[in-house]
Design a protein around this ligand. Structure first.
Ligand code: SF4
Length: 354
């Protein structure tokens, strides 16, 4: 049974009906779960009438998803806060809060570990444990939103699925979660303000293009040939570059949306002018934006950060080709805000003993 957090409005109505309760009670209950974020205090919420209270107390209703915060790391510049959250069976995932008042973003995890094995990624080095449920994904957003309300009296404006895991490998629970987070009876995040980041899961991109809501698509490239990309992202062998770019073009055409491409610049590996020219040629004619990310080095990957002049020259070439491009600030680097890194650091500490 899904947690309360993972039930859409319609699923909540169905659960009430199954329990012999008028589905009209879904309205206050959904608001208590998804807007007021009452969690375990649900039964005491105003507007929850006795039949529903009895159901909540009966042990027959779904439960709320309890995520215990076991780690918290703010960055020195105040831009980023990272939460390590323990799931019911003891596994841990991370959620990150980024941004400034009025434009806060939550970066959420979709899996415990990851099956994609990208060589530069701490999560990839852990291997795959399991998919998260819709409720566990929504509950991460609730955790960040609660902390924002308490610390800033503010709310989340954006969601990025860039935490642990390959989100499109967990497609159905992911869509259930995002559809709940964008429900205007809940947190009401605009669908265009939700970005799904993928390492190139082509079947998932094709399904995302046909999903009723239009979520933004962000694709990690990092290489402009199969050989280069395959050395960093092993699943490139399964989903080669030409097919990936074709799937992105199709997504852009169906959704009439810009596709965001991420390119982690690794010193001496993929940061040359030649790489920039080939990347520009690959994306030519597509409504695309290139995000350049100077490497945030992890334990277990020996790549180096690129020289600043290489970053500038790379961006100049991309922009001259007509593609908009941004260099992502390395904010939060002191809290290791790259995907999976906080958990990796804890594992390293645990392995080393006290
Ligand atoms: S970069 Fe993303 S897809 Fe690749 S291993 Fe890490 S979490 Fe998985």
């Amino acid at each position: 049974m899904n947690d309360f957090e993972g039930l859409s409005y319609r699923a909540l109505e169905a659960a009430l009906e199954d329990a012999g309760i008028n589905p009209v009670h879904a309205k206050p209950l959904f608001a208590a779960i998804q807007r007021r974020l009452l969690g375990a205090d649900l039964s005491e919420a105003e507007g929850i009438l006795p039949p529903v209270q009895r159901w909540l107390a009966s042990g027959q209703s779904p439960k709320c998803c309890e995520l215990e915060q076991t780690g918290y790391t703010p960055s020195a510049d105040g831009f980023t806060e990272k939460y390590l959250l323990r799931l019911a069976e003891g596994a841990e995932v991370e959620a990150v809060r980024m941004g400034f008042p009025g434009r806060f973003t939550a970066c959420l995890s979709s899996q415990v570990g990851c099956a994609m094995g990208c060589v530069f990624c701490a999560t990839g080095q852990m291997g795959f444990s399991r998919h998260l449920t819709a409720g566990e994904i929504v509950a991460q957003a609730h955790h960040v939103e609660r902390s924002l309300r308490a610390s800033h009296g503010d709310r989340l404006r954006n969601i990025v699925m860039m935490g642990m895991g390959e989100p499109l490998h967990n497609f159905e629970p992911l869509m259930e979660a995002l559809d709940i987070l964008t429900d205007n009876r809940g947190l009401n995040i605009g669908p265009a303000r939700v970005a799904v980041s993928t390492v190139g899961h082509i079947p998932g991109i094709q399904k995302l293009a046909r999903h009723p809501k239009r979520y933004s698509l962000a694709v990690s490239l990092h290489g402009a040939s199969d050989a280069e990309r395959g050395a960093l992202i092993p699943v490139n062998k399964k989903w080669p570059l030409a097919e990936l770019v074709e799937a992105c073009r199709e997504y852009s055409a169906i959704k009439r949306a810009r596709v965001f491409f991420a390119w982690t610049l690794i010193g001496g590996v993929n940061d040359s002018a030649d790489h920039a020219h080939r990347l520009a040629a690959l994306l030519t004619g597509m409504d695309a934006h290139v995000n350049l990310i100077p490497l945030n080095a992890t334990e277990g990957y020996e790549g180096e950060a690129p020289a600043e002049e290489n970053v500038r020259e790379f961006q100049r070439i991309i922009q001259e080709s007509g593609l908009p491009s941004t260099v992502r600030q390395r904010r939060g680097i002191d809290v290791a805000a790259g995907c999976g890194q906080l958990k990796a650091k804890r594992r390293v500490r645990a392995a080393a003993g006290p």
